[in-house]
Design a binder for this molecule. Structure first.
Ligand code: ADP
Ligand code: ZN
Length: 722
C-alpha cells in the first residue's frame, strides 16, 4: 500500500507545495503542520493535492511531518482565497499564505508569553543610554526586542536594565477571551435614509449570500451608524464581522463609535500591536471568539471560521493598495473573499472610486445612498481663492482671504483646519550658491527637511541625515535654503500670524498609533485645539463639531500628479477634507487656494457638482479604454546595476506578444521612481481590453525570459502608481 501523502503549502515564498508522509492517524486538510525542510523546520498548511501541483517524490523518499499545530484548521474559504490571490496577482501561493500565517508565534500553542516593563527601581549604575531608554519607555510593555526598538537603544541595553532590576518581567496571556459585543447595547435611532440602507444590509447578512453594496453617503451622513447595524446582525447570527480601515489613525474614532454602540471594543489588527497582542488577536480571529475585527488591509487574510460580513470603510482610499510584497488591492480582495464566503460586503465612502461606480452601473453592486447629513447639518459652502488675484504676501503661503477667515473663526471660538499634503518643513532644499538640490542617494527623490527634528529625510527609503551647515556640493556655508511649504512651515506661519492660537500638527510623523490619535481626538473635543494643520491623515474619519473652517493650502498639488487617477484623487481628497467642516450645528465653510480655479475638478467642487465630475471622469476613462473600461498591468524590472536592468527590460520588451487585439505595450522606460532604495527600476506597461486574460498573457510571456541573478521582475496587476 502506498504511504499516505500530505501536500503541504509552507510559508516559504520561495517554495512551491511539498509532499510529506502522513502519520497513520491521518491529518485533515487545512491543518497547520510543522514540516522539516533540510535541517530547518517550518509551518505550512495541508492542501488538497489536486489543487496545487508539485514535483513527484518517490514514496520511499517522503519525510514525515513533525507535528500538527494546536490551532483550528485553515478554512476552505481561506485556502480558495490564497489560490485566487496568487493566480490574480501572479505571485506564488506561499507568498499569500504567509499573510494568513503571519504570526508564527500564535501557532505554537503557548498560552502565555513573558513581556517586560519598567519597574520603577533605578539601576545602581545609570548611564546616558539607560536613562534615555527608561524615560522614553514610560509605561510601555513588550518583548525585549520591542522595548529596544521603541526606545532606540540596543537589545543589550534593555537586557542590562533587566539584570539591574529596572525592567521586570510580567507574564501575559495570549488566550485572552475578547469581550463580546452586545448587539442590543446602544442601538441608534436611525434617520429614514439610514434606516432604509441599514435594513437592506441587515437583510443581506441574514440571507448569508454574496451581495456587494456601495454605501454612498455624503460626508457626515452617518455611514458608520448605518453599517454598524449590519455588524450587529452578523453578531446576532453568531458569526464574525470584519471592518477594514485604510489607516491606523482612523482606528480611534471608529473604536469610540463601536464602544458606544456595542458596549465594548472590537479586536484590533494593525501594525502598532505588541507581539503578544498580535498573537492574541490572531488566535481570537482563528477560533471565532473575536466577533468583530477592525483592522488594516492585512486583517483580510485572517482565518475567520465564520465570517458573515465585510465592511471596507473609506473604500475609495488608495492606501488599500499594497505596493510592497504581494501588490494586492484590499478592496478587490475583500470583494473576492465575500464572494467565496457567500456573504455581503459594504464599500462605504462619500467619494466612490470610478471603478466602484462602474460596478453599480453594470448592475453588479447595489447602490445605497445617503444624500443628506445626519441631524440636519448642512454641507459646507466651497469657494476658490484665485492665487493669481489675491496672492499671499511674499514668503508666505496663506492668501489674505484665508487669513481673514481664520481670524474670524478664532474670534468665534471655533476650529479651523488647514490641509496640505506634504509632511515636513519644505519639500526641497537648494543651494543658493551653486543651485544644487539635495537628493536622496538611494532614490529619485529630494530629501525633505523636517525642521522640528532638525533632519533631512527621504520619504521613500526612510534615509535620515542631519541638515548640513554647508552645501555638500560646493562647500559654501549657510547657502542652503528651504523651498516650498510643508505642514511644519504652514504651522510656523500660522503661529506668527496668530501667536495665541493652539496649533496641532497632524501628520504620520505626529500620529502613528491609535494612542496618539486618541490624544488628538480628546484634545480636539475638549476645545484645546484652535487650528489643525495636517496632511491627508486629517481629511477623513474625524468628526469635530466645532470645526467650521477648512482651508486647502495648495489644491494644484494633487492636480499635477499627471497619472490616470490624479483628477479623481484630488476630487476625493478635497471633498473629504471639505467634509470635515460644519458637521455639527454650526455651518462650515471651505476655501481652496489655487492658481487654476477653472480646472474641471475644482470647478465641480465649487459648484457642488459631484455627478458632473464623475460623469466627465468616467467618460474620459471610457474614451481612453482605461480602467475600469480596460485593463492595465505593470512589469517592473529592478536591480542594483542600471545597465543590467535596462538590458533585461529590453529583452522582455522584445519578447512581448504581438498581434493580440486591443493589446498595447508601452516601454520599457525608466519607472517614475527610477531609483528606489538603491535599485534601478525600468518598467513596461501593458494596456489591454477589459476582457483580455492579462494574467495568462503575462505569465506566458515572462515564463520564457531569462532573468540575471541580481535582477528582479515583478508584476503589478491593476497598478496605482505609474
Ligand atoms: P460619515 O461617516 O457618513 O461621514 P458619520 O458616521 O461620521 O458620518 O456621522 C456623522 C455624525 O452623526 C457622527 O457624530 C455620528 O455619531 C452621528 N450620527 C450618525 N447617525 C446617527 C444616529 N442615527 N444617531 C445618532 N447619531 C448619529
Ligand atoms: Zn531614499
Amino acid at each position: 500500500m502506498p504511504a499516505a501523502r500530505l501536500r503541504v503549502l509552507t510559508r516559504n515564498a520561495a517554495l512551491g507545495p511539498l509532499d510529506y508522509r502522513a502519520p497513520a492517524e491521518g491529518v485533515p486538510v487545512g491543518s497547520v503542520v510543522r514540516v522539516p525542510l533540510g535541517p530547518r523546520e517550518l509551518h505550512g498548511v495541508v492542501w488538497e493535492a489536486d489543487r496545487l501541483p508539485t514535483t513527484e517524490v518517490a514514496d520511499a523518499k517522503l519525510r514525515p511531518i513533525l507535528g500538527v499545530a494546536p490551532v483550528p484548521p485553515i478554512p476552505a474559504s481561506v485556502r480558495r482565497l490564497v489560490e485566487w490571490v496568487a493566480a490574480y496577482y501572479l505571485v506564488p501561493p506561499a507568498a499569500v499564505l504567509r499573510m494568513v500565517l503571519s504570526v508564527t508565534a500564535a501557532l505554537d500553542g503557548a498560552r502565555t508569553v513573558t513581556e517586560y516593563r519598567v519597574s520603577g527601581i533605578l539601576p545602581e549604575r545609570m548611564t546616558e543610554k539607560r536613562e534615555a531608554a527608561l524615560s522614553s519607555l514610560g509605561d510601555a510593555q513588550g518583548l525585549v526586542r520591542e522595548l529596544a526598538e521603541w526606545s532606540g537603544v540596543s537589545d543589550a541595553v534593555i537586557r542590562g536594565l533587566i539584570s539591574a532590576g529596572a525592567i521586570e518581567p510580567i507574564t501575559v496571556s495570549v488566550d485572552r477571551a475578547p469581550p463580546l459585543p452586545d448587539p442590543d447595547f446602544g442601538p441608534p435611532v436611525l434617520e429614514a435614509e439610514q434606516d432604509a440602507a441599514a435594513s437592506a444590509l441587515v437583510a443581506a447578512v441574514k440571507a448569508h449570500d454574496f451581495a456587494p453594496f456601495l454605501l454612498d453617503g455624503v460626508t457626515g451622513s452617518g455611514k458608520t451608524e448605518t453599517y454598524l447595524e449590519a455588524v450587529a446582525a452578523a453578531i446576532d447570527a453568531g458569526g464574525q464581522a470584519l471592518v477594514l480601515l485604510p489607516e491606523i489613525a482612523l482606528t480611534e474614532p471608529f473604536l469610540r463609535r463601536f464602544e458606544a454602540r456595542f458596549g465594548c471594543k472590537p479586536v484590533q489588527w494593525h501594525s502598532d500591536l505588541r507581539s503578544s497582542e498580535r498573537r492574541a488577536a490572531w488566535r481570537a480571529a482563528a477560533s471565532g471568539t473575536a466577533k468583530v475585527v477592525v483592522g488594516a488591509r492585512s486583517a483580510l487574510f485572517l482565518p475567520y471560521p465564520d465570517l458573515r460580513l465585510i465592511v471596507v470603510d473609506e473604500a475609495h482610499e488608495t492606501s488599500f493598495k499594497q505596493e510592497d510584497g504581494v501588490p494586492y488591492h484590499a478592496r478587490d480582495v475583500a470583494v473576492m473573499r465575500a464572494q467565496i464566503e457567500a456573504i455581503p460586503i459594504v464599500l462605504a465612502t462619500a467619494t466612490p472610486a470610478i471603478e466602484t461606480l462602474a460596478q453599480v452601473t453594470r448592475g453588479r453592486y447595489r447602490h445605497l445612498e445617503l444624500a443628506s447629513r445626519f441631524g440636519g447639518a448642512q454641507m459646507p459652502g466651497i469657494e476658490a481663492i484665485d492665487l493669481r488675484v489675491t496672492p499671499p504676501e511674499s514668503g508666505r503661503w496663506l492668501a489674505p482671504p484665508l487669513v481673514e477667515a481664520i481670524k474670524e473663526t478664532l474670534a468665534r471660538g471655533e476650529q479651523s483646519l488647514l490641509f496640505l499634503n506634504r509632511r515636513g518643513y519644505a519639500p526641497l532644499t537648494l543651494c543658493r550658491h551653486c543651485g544644487t538640490r539635495i537628493e536622496c542617494p538611494n532614490c529619485t527623490a529630494w530629501m525633505v527637511e523636517h525642521r522640528l527634528v532638525k533632519r533631512l529625510q527621504c520619504h521613500h527609503c526612510g534615509l535620515v541625515e542631519a541638515v548640513p551647515d554647508a552645501c555638500p556640493e560646493c562647500g559654501e556655508e549657510h547657502s542652503l535654503v528651504a523651498c516650498g511649504p510643508g505642514v511644519e512651515r504652514i504651522a510656523e506661519e500660522v503661529s506668527a500670524l496668530f501667536p495665541d492660537a493652539n496649533v496641532a500638527l497632524v501628520t504620520s510623523d505626529t500620529i502613528h498609533s491609535p494612542a496618539q490619535a486618541k490624544a488628538l481626538v480628546d484634545s480636539a473635543l475638549a476645545g484645546e485645539i484652535d487650528i489643525f494643520i495636517g496632511t491627508q491623515l486629517i481629511t477623513k474619519g474625524y468628526h469635530f463639531p466645532e470645526l467650521t473652517l477648512v482651508g486647502v493650502v495648495d489644491a494644484d498639488l494633487a492636480l499635477k500628479g499627471g497619472d490616470l487617477r490624479a483628477g479623481e484623487r484630488s476630487f476625493q481628497q478635497i471633498s473629504q477634507v471639505a467634509g470635515r467642516a460644519g458637521r455639527g450645528e454650526k455651518p462650515g465653510h471651505v476655501y481652496i487656494q489655487t492658481h487654476q480655479p477653472e480646472a474641471p475638478v475644482l470647478a465641480a467642487l465649487v459648484a457642488g457638482d459631484a455627478p458632473g465630475f464623475y460623469a466627465a471622469e468616467t467618460e474620459a476613462r471610457r474614451a481612453a479604454a482605461m480602467p475600469p473600461f480596460g485593463r492595465l498591468a505593470a512589469i517592473i524590472v529592478s536591480g542594483p546595476d542600471e545597465a543590467e536592468v535596462a538590458a533585461t527590460a529590453r529583452a522582455i520588451g522584445r519578447a512581448a506578444p504581438t498581434g493580440i487585439d486591443g493589446l498595447t505595450i508601452l516601454g520599457p522606460a525608466p519607472a517614475p521612481l527610477s531609483l528606489l532604495r538603491g535599485r534601478f527600476r525600468h518598467r513596461l506597461l501593458v494596456h489591454a481590453a477589459r476582457r483580455a486574460d492579462v494574467q495568462g498573457l503575462i505569465a506566458e510571456w515572462l515564463g520564457g525570459t531569462e532573468v540575471p541573478r541580481n535582477v528582479r521582475v515583478a508584476v503589478d496587476i491593476d497598478p496605482y502608481s505609474f
